[in-house]
Design a binder for this molecule. Structure first.
Ligand code: PMT
Length: 340
């Protein structure tokens, strides 16, 4: 089922279902002005966060790989930064304990495959050891082996399914760059660095697809103990709010890129309201709204223009990401036309 290429399934085929409607995601002047005051504060908080939390030791080396991946491309090539998996926040400097955010990485890994098939080059910014593109459909325990090991296994078992996955991987492997993170700080440094690089070299042909689940809280450096927290007394952990980075992303780091964020909720009553609020506050292009329990069968896209499109994939005959990426590729094309 994962062999179908995007071009063979129109995003508006009768099954799965894509429904379009209209809703007001545009803002009143008062809303924009009050949001702008909040944003000035957010900018300061973002700067303070980057001053307080240093990048990962591999940051410069990873960014050099990103630059060379982006620069060696033709002038019409589209790129997407896919973020995937959850961030963790350390509770101790010499970390033994941490708080993690839920995300298996399935959404980001599946989306990456369909972006590749749609002709994009992908920077896959993922949580280390989360679900990986292509490997996600290799039967266990093989998904942890190197690709060469999988290839040998597939040949020895004559597994047609694994062979097909390997063929697709071989076709696309030069078009994907892997960058991994674990902590919230590492993730945000890479988000900033890579999106600035996309903006500079790729402009409107770049897309940022924020499927990662990012910690809303963290332990500030000033509050973090050096050593393992001892269990002889009840600990007190003071968490700070993580500054929201979408606004600097959409306005300073990558104002030319087409930016899609995700909104995950567990309560269906507040999902659409939260998605529309995110667009008004951060001024990016699209929010993909999903509920934890139905995220594999229904995703609703809310555009900054006010348009709403619901994608339903009730029978899960193929990945919902196939339809999602078809839809986004078309919206990105319209964005490119509008900005050419
Ligand atoms: O990985 P799976 O198991 O397949 O699950 C996929 C998913 C449900 C995790 C995914 O589809 C999803 O919804 N991801 C977003 C989860 C979420 O709501 O994250 P958030 O509320 O922390 O952030 C919302 C948006 O703001 C995100 O796009 C995030 O990149 C952005 N953000 C968050 C925090 C922060 N400090 N700055 C940000 O810009």
């Amino acid at each position: 089922q994962h062999q179908t290429t995007l071009s063979k399934i129109p995003a508006t085929s009768s099954k799965p279902i894509v429904q379009h409607s209209s809703a007001s995601a545009s803002s009143t002047t008062a809303e924009v002005m009050s949001a702008d005051n909040i944003k000035t504060e957010e900018f300061k908080l973002c700067d303070a966060f980057f001053k307080e939390i240093p990048p990962h030791a591999d940051y410069d080396e990873s960014m050099a790989r990103v630059k060379s991946f982006i620069q060696n491309s033709n002038p019409v090539q589209r790129f997407v930064l896919v973020t995937s998996g959850g961030t963790l926040i350390p509770l101790e400097r010499l970390m033994v304990r941490y708080i993690d955010n839920f995300s298996t990485g399935s959404r980001g890994a599946a989306s990456t495959e369909y972006f590749l098939e749609a002709g994009y080059k992908v920077i896959f910014l993922h949580r280390a050891k989360s679900i990986q593109p292509f490997a996600r459909n290799i039967p266990p325990p093989l998904e942890t082996l190197e690709w060469e090991g999988v290839a040998a296994w597939a040949v020895s078992r004559d597994s047609a399914k694994v062979r097909r996955i390997l063929e697709r991987y071989a076709k696309h492997k030069a078009s994907i760059l892997y960058v991994s993170f674990e902590s919230l700080g590492d993730y945000l440094w890479y988000l900033k660095g890579i999106s600035c690089e996309l903006n500079k070299s790729i402009g409107h042909r770049g897309m940022v697809y924020l499927a990662a689940a990012v910690s809303d809280f963290y332990v500030p450096s000033s509050e973090m103990p050096e050593h393992k927290i001892q269990s002889d007394t009840k600990p007190t952990i003071n968490l700070a709010l993580t500054p929201k980075m979408i606004y600097p992303l959409a306005t300073i780091w990558a104002p030319k890129a087409y930016i899609v964020s995700f909104k995950l909720e567990t309560d269906s009553e507040i999902l659409m309201e939260k998605a529309q609020k995110a667009l008004k506050t951060y001024r990016h292009n699209m929010v993909a709204a999903n509920l934890l329990t139905t995220r594999k069968t229904t995703v609703t896209f809310v555009e900054s223009t006010g348009k709403v499109a619901r994608i339903d994939n009730p029978e899960e005959t193929s990945d919902i990401e196939l339809l999602m990426i078809g839809f986004l590729r078309d919206r990105h094309s319209a964005y490119l036309d509008a900005n050419s």
